[in-house]
Design a protein around this ligand. Structure first.
Ligand SMILES: [Zn+2]
Length: 695
């Protein structure tokens, strides 16, 4: 089971509805934020001043503030009464007259349990602090406005211990040392919604580049990640140049920063001028082949036009953000990797969309597959229908007319219809409103590409025709552009007669195109003896995925040769999640007479990977192998209980399922019962509940 596939969602999509009427009565204009972050105590305190204008007379101002401790509130410089009984909304009462201007200053402190996260290192010392606003609410660490229709120009200053680099939205104006701390002052010139607020604090360094138009791009990395900088950020500047050219409107903000952090909740988040992403995408030159940052990089950058500059009014129109970011990331990939890549990605997404139960793109609760992939497909089909020129003109006008405002689907199509002179009612009905994805229409668009034509022909073949195709096309295994065809053949090879099947695998394994041998490593379960040597050669491939699959499959097919395989792969960690190292340790432990004197060390290393300071991706692999070996000890069980409460939901979900199966076993249950005194309050409560529940 791999709950964390490399195709994890690019970013979150639960958004607040425009629930308040306040937006029609009060316009919040700017914000001056002055906060101090105390990583050691997981605390933030400070104050924020909002300048606002009254559009319609009203008797109150409401500010979202989730579980904060409000210390003081001043309205226009004077202490004012406020109510905050629900710990959710701060209400300030006054006779606000139409047309009047005011400012409110809120002093507060908080120990956020959501939206701001504190990561420790192996010594229990602070390592990173980072935030996630979308879906979690910035009002957990700053009194602000959850309604994304409220756009504010934020200027943020942050005080933090001097050893850290501090990043937030905007451009760094200055920093000054004050005792053991540094005050970082950032400046923004344009307004944005509060869900795009962000802070990232850590031991970061950066490399800088510049787009053709002069946008400063700063790519940050942790100090032990220097070797990963080039492979990870290889295309960032190219993508920025491409977008400015393709969209026809310059990057709307002053600079662009991105930083990878540990245990991030999603793949990436497009906070204005500060994309935060999972550091599992910080990859070395080998990992780059299988787990590239490209998609996330391009997707989050595209949001700076579609999402950050023009923002949906409510979740019904979420495709205006996710569909657009997905589409432009695809265009960037087409620009850099070519047509085949672009069409093949669309082919795969169309198949996925066809396979799922249909749902309208305008359903605010639609799946991410719908918002992201079907949303992108709308733009592919629209461009096909109205032509490149009209499409680009419409996009430019749409962005210009609605810059720094909120939009809905009508706003977009009104511009498109005006610019293209097309009646698009039928199009909108088929592509957006109807539940069923227009698969045939999609395929007709893809059929213009040779690679897809071939794949579609293969899809339609019966087994006899397929066999004929395989016999006739033994020349494709060394052609780089045919790897999608080879993958199709390998996946379907079980249908072939044995000798042809074996020959097919051999050709793919001996191919100079690395994707082809990887296909075999992933798809084959029983390795024929005649392919043993070819398969063993995969253990030295320049792909961590291929090596992992090869080692796993060789170990089950040829267990007697395991010592040789282990010697060959010793010392390889693999991806950031140590996919090869954790597998290696598990295999080394169970291989009879293999380094018997080190077996205990190997076991302890695997257990040490379950510790809370380790990245959750590493912990997940360690838990998985300990479960398979039925080798949990007391520290590992304790770490598992802690993992059940982890903020990354895929990981806590995995841990809870594992915990559920473990607690059934009497031996483990005995250890767990003895653990209760040794846990934090929440962990203790969780364990007690589960122990009680099962008795
Ligand atoms: Zn997104």
């Amino acid at each position: 089971m791999n709950v964390l596939s490399s195709f994890a969602l690019v970013c979150v999509c639960f958004l607040t509805k425009a629930f308040s009427q306040q937006i029609h009565q009060i316009d919040i204009i700017d914000a001056s934020v002055n906060v101090k972050v105390i990583p050691e105590q997981h605390q933030i305190h400070g104050d924020v001043t909002y300048g606002f204008k009254i559009l319609e007379a009203t008797d109150s101002l409401i500010v979202d503030a989730r579980d904060l401790e409000i210390l003081d509130v001043h309205l226009n410089g004077v202490t004012v009464d406020f109510s905050y009984t629900d710990q959710l909304k701060l209400k300030v009462y006054s006779h606000f007259k139409k047309g009047s201007n005011h400012h409110i200053e809120i002093t507060y402190q908080a120990i956020p349990t959501k939206a701001m996260y504190f990561i420790n290192n192996s010594n229990g010392q602070p390592k990173q602090v980072w935030t996630q606003g979308q879906g979690k609410y910035s009002s957990n660490w700053l009194p602000s406005f959850d309604d994304m229709n409220e756009k504010i120009e934020f200027d943020i200053s942050i005080k933090a211990p001097k050893q850290f680099e501090v990043l937030t939205n905007g451009k760094l104006k200055q920093k000054q040392k004050i005792g053991d701390e540094i005050l970082w002052e950032y400046d923004m010139k344009k307004p944005m919604s509060s869900y795009l607020l962000a802070i990232a604090i850590g031991d970061f360094d950066f490399v800088q580049s510049e787009s053709k138009s002069g946008v400063k791009i700063k790519n940050y990395f942790s100090q032990n990640e220097e070797s990963k900088v080039e492979p990870t950020f290889r295309y960032t500047t190219d993508i920025m140049n491409f977008y400015e050219d393709e969209i026809g409107i310059n990057y709307p903000w002053k600079e662009y920063k991105q930083v990878g952090v540990q245990d991030f909740l999603y793949a990436g988040m497009e906070n204005t001028t500060l994309t935060i992403f999972s550091d599992s995408y910080m990859v070395d030159s080998i990992a780059q082949m299988d787990k590239s940052y490209f998609d996330v990089n391009a997707h989050e950058m595209a949001h700076h036009w579609f999402g950050n500059m023009v923002t949906e009014t409510e979740a019904t129109h979420h495709w205006l953000q996710e569909g657009f970011a997905t589409y432009y990331a695809l265009l960037a990939a087409k620009h850099i990797f070519g047509d085949d890549y672009f069409y093949h990605e669309l082919y795969k997404s169309a198949k996925e969309l066809k396979a799922q139960a249909g749902e309208s793109l305008l359903n605010p609760k639609a799946s991410s597959l719908t918002f992201y992939q079907r949303g992108a497909w709308v733009l592919v089909a629209l461009r096909e229908k109205i032509g490149d020129r009209s499409f680009k003109k419409a996009m430019k006008t749409y962005l210009k007319d609605h810059a720094f405002k909120n939009v809905d689907t009508h706003d977009f199509f009104n511009v498109v219809m005006a610019k293209s002179q097309f009646d698009l009612d039928g199009f909108i009905d088929r592509w957006l409103v109807q539940k069923e994805f227009p698969f045939q229409e999609a395929m007709a668009i893809l059929n213009t590409n040779d690679l897809i034509k071939r794949l579609l022909t293969l899809d339609a073949m019966d087994n006899t025709a397929f066999e004929g195709f395989v016999v006739q096309h033994s020349d494709i295994y060394h052609q780089e552009r045919q790897s999608a065809i080879v993958d199709h053949i390998v996946q379907r090879a079980t249908m072939l007669p044995e000798s042809l099947r074996s020959e097919t695998y051999k050709l793919a394994l001996r191919s100079s195109v690395p994707e082809n041998s990887q296909s075999v490593a992933m798809n084959i379960t029983k390795i024929p003896a005649s392919l043993k040597v070819d398969f063993e050669a995969l253990l030295t491939h320049k792909s961590y995925k291929t090596i992992e699959f090869a080692l796993l499959k060789l170990s089950t097919n040829f267990p007697k040769s395991l010592p040789i395989y282990l010697d060959k792969t010793k010392g390889i960690d693999g991806f950031g999640n140590k996919n090869i190292k954790t597998l290696w340790l598990a295999l080394a432990m169970i291989t009879p007479n293999y380094q018997n004197d080190l077996k205990l060390d190997y076991y302890n290393t695997l257990v040490s990977y379950t510790q809370p300071f380790q990245p959750y991706e590493v912990r997940l692999n360690a838990f998985r192998y300990l479960a398979q070996l039925e080798a949990f000890n007391e520290p590992a069980l304790k770490n598992l209980i802690q993992a059940c409460l982890h903020p990354v939901w895929q990981f806590s979900e995995f841990s809870r399922q594992l915990f559920g199966s473990i607690i059934e076993q009497p031996d483990y249950r005995g250890i767990m019962e003895g653990l209760t005194k040794d846990l934090h309050k929440q962990e203790h409560r969780f364990l007690n509940l589960r122990l009680d529940h099962k008795t």
